[in-house]
Design a protein around this ligand. Structure first.
Ligand SMILES: Cc1cc2nc3c(=O)[nH]c(=O)nc-3n(C[C@H](O)[C@H](O)[C@H](O)COP(=O)(O)OP(=O)(O)OC[C@H]3O[C@@H](n4cnc5c(N)ncnc54)[C@H](O)[C@@H]3O)c2cc1C
Length: 461
């Protein structure tokens, strides 16, 4: 790889202007670390392009000199995705943040990748529409596409991959490619859109995306349900999904999570392992019927109490607190390092997974709190330790392996939504098998023969 010199910087400056590039230590440091505790690495230079043509021209220079290029959305990844491990150029998309066109009549929007999901939500609200995927952080749409992010609403509306119709992508040689179309049904050739989604910036840089939207529901009903144990709550999750109910959200909370939410927003929730659920739809009667049925299922699973009829303001505060739980965890344990477990299984196996992991967490002496997008069979546990406590670190890593192994045995995955980055690479071969991994490597080598796009991520070459 070429190291940076003045000539290269000047070449890049002619593309994006002096204002579109920085090699200062402060700017490089701001692009050295995501929200994980993987080691930070500073890029040599940060570039803020303003158009697809600029991205293409920058990548052409990078390709010519074999310089690594790592895209940067909001930097909220949790497995080292946006850390430029091989240095080079960090491309920050924040100046490409326009809503290009709202196709309200077709429930679609075309955007640039640097727009953040909350800005997009505010832009779409007057149309009565929303982009459904909602990770806890205020991520960029480009980062959500690259990581195939999911969230609380995924149980009803799917993950990012289910809500993208078309992309504009800059490839590793600088070529600009359009994938997909605005038609909901698409069957023309290889599905390049979905090859790029979830590729974590290793196969191409997304410069524009057309997204599917859904109407903001008119009617909803939200409830919290307390249980005597996390196991009982997980059983109820299976009961709710198994009885054909279609919640708009179904979240599992550890009692500590509930306590923190009460402390931060005075929610008055019962401080026990709990489910937060919501049903939404076109009529209040249908929504109420669904929540009544869910209440019966929870009672059969031994629920301690069911709090329904939660008003608009309390509902908003509750979901804000739920979205903020990871930040609360980090605030509660400042300076700690983390092994973040993000496993998912078929829904019938969810109670077994939760029960197994809960017992293991206790065996290993951690206070890891199981929390999750339970309706998707997805659970998280944050195993934390002080950076100089090598013993605790080794135990956290081992426990992380054990939980992933169990998820795989149950037909699941090592990552339901956070993606691979570098943190989950070690599990890819076990989950996908050697042939699939070799195929992934072949795709990477074909699209990016010099390995300049986010090198070192996803597929270990
Ligand atoms: C508090 C908190 C809660 C979270 N909750 C969830 C959750 O519920 N569900 C979930 O799925 N995730 C969650 N995450 C993880 C994270 O928010 C998502 O993975 C998100 O998609 C990352 O988006 P970003 O804009 O921050 O991307 P970045 O971290 O900046 O980048 C992510 C990856 O995408 C690449 N990339 C960025 N932009 C582009 C582009 N235009 N073209 C190609 N590649 C690009 C980067 O190189 C990197 O590999 C959470 C994170 C935090 C901190």
């Amino acid at each position: 790889m070429t190291t940076f010199n003045q000539e290269l910087l000047s070449k890049l400056k002619t593309i994006v202007g002096a204002d579109g590039l920085s090699a200062t230590e402060a700017d490089r440091a701001l692009h050295a670390q995501d929200q994980s505790t993987h080691p930070a690495v500073m890029p040599d230079v940060v570039i803020w392009p303003e158009s697809t043509q600029q991205v293409s021209a920058v990548v052409k220079v990078a390709a010519e000199h074999k310089i690594p290029v790592t895209a940067w959305g909001a930097g909220t990844s949790l497995e080292g995705h946006s850390i430029p491990f091989k240095k080079g150029i960090s491309i920050n998309f924040q100046r490409m943040n326009r809503v290009v066109e709202v196709h309200a009549e077709d429930f679609q929007v075309t955007v640039q990748p640097g727009i953040f999901r909350k800005e997009l939500e505010a832009h779409l609200a007057p149309y009565g529409l929303m982009f459904a995927p909602d990770p806890g952080a205020n991520a960029s749409i480009g980062g959500m596409i690259a990581n195939n992010a999911a969230g609380i609403r995924t149980v009803k509306y799917g993950a990012t991959k289910d809500n993208v119709l078309a992309l504009e992508v800059v490839l590793a040689n600088g070529d600009i490619v359009n994938t997909g179309s605005r038609s909901i049904k698409q069957s023309a050739g290889y599905d390049l859109t979905h090859l790029i989604i979830g590729s974590e910036g290793t196969l191409g840089l997304v410069t524009q995306a057309t997204l599917k939207l859904v109407p903001i529901p008119e009617h909803f009903s939200t409830a919290t349900v307390a249980f005597p144990s996390v196991d009982a709550a997980a059983e109820a999750v299976y009961g709710i999904i198994g009885s054909g109910l279609e919640p708009a959200a179904l979240e599992l909370l550890h009692e500590d999570n509930v306590r923190w939410m009460n402390e931060d927003a005075n929610l008055g929730m019962v401080e026990a392992p709990s489910l937060m659920m919501e049903f939404s739809g076109a009529s209040q009667i249908a929504v109420q019927e669904a929540i009544n049925m869910a209440q019966e299922v929870c009672a059969d699973a031994g629920s301690l109490g069911f709090t329904g009829g939660i008003g608009r303001d309390a509902r908003k505060a509750m979901w804000e607190q739920r979205h903020g739980l990871r930040e609360r965890l980090v605030r509660t344990f400042p300076g700690h390092h983390w092994v973040l477990v993000d496993i998912a299984v078929p829904i019938s196996k969810f109670p077994e997974l939760v029960s197994y992991c809960q017992a293991k967490i206790i065996d290993f002496g951690f206070d890891g709190r199981i929390v999750g997008h339970a309706g998707d069979g997805n659970m998280h546990a944050g195993l934390h330790f002080l950076p100089d406590d090598e013993g605790a670190k080794a135990r956290a890593v081992e426990l992380g392996h054990i939980m992933v192994d169990r998820a795989l045995e149950l037909g699941g995955t090592c990552t339901g939504e956070h993606g691979i980055g570098i943190g989950k690479q070690k599990y890819l071969v076990k989950e996908c098998g050697e042939n699939a991994l070799e195929l992934m490597a072949l795709i990477k080598r074909t699209l990016d023969p010099d390995n300049i796009l986010n090198p070192g991520k996803v597929v270990p070459l």
